[in-house]
Design a protein around this ligand. Structure first.
Ligand code: ZN
Length: 160
């Protein structure tokens, strides 16, 4: 396993004890790999798609812990993991908790001002998009994000 893989395995076991921190990490997962679907009847579903098994596992654990619901899981293609909140009520509870609406861009407002939540959010961003090399071979940390997702990240930094 790569050094970054080991770090991510370690981060899998680190979870904020407070609900606000758990939500902040879930918000990071949603910001990077979450989607909202709405059918013609106006019923919502939330979906997370990732190729990272660690992210899929942690997302599953957090949804169970925070919302007391078990997400539907499917694996397709080459290690593509999908987690679904299929029930409209569950999807809306989730959206309300991280303060996201159907047609609005994701906002970091859900994270609040607490340092603990910022840490949890960054942990989630790192798990989904980050890489780090072994410090013994020259320290290097990357987080690769798409344009608007990068904006979310930068906005968070400006709030500090
Ligand atoms: Zn917190």
């Amino acid at each position: 396993m790569s050094f970054a893989g080991k770090v991510k395995e370690e981060l899998l076991g680190q979870m904020g004890k407070a609900r606000h921190c758990q939500l902040a990490e879930l918000a990071a997962f949603f910001a990077v790999c979450g989607q909202i679907y709405m059918n013609e009847e106006g019923e919502c579903q939330v979906k997370f798609v990732t190729e990272n098994l660690t992210v899929a596992k942690k997302c599953y654990m957090l949804v169970k812990r925070v919302f007391h619901i078990v997400p539907d899981v499917s694996v397709s293609g080459h290690h593509q993991y999908s987690l679904f909140l299929l029930e409209d009520e569950d999807a809306r509870d989730f959206m309300k908790a991280i303060r996201v609406q159907e047609y609005s861009p994701f906002s970091v407002e859900c994270i609040g001002q607490k340092a603990c939540c910022n840490r949890a959010f960054l942990r989630g961003i790192f798990l989904t998009s980050g890489s780090v090399t072994d410090p013994n071979s020259g320290y290097h940390l990357d987080m690769l994000l798409g344009f608007w997702r990068l904006w979310v990240f930068l906005e968070l930094r400006q709030k500090r």
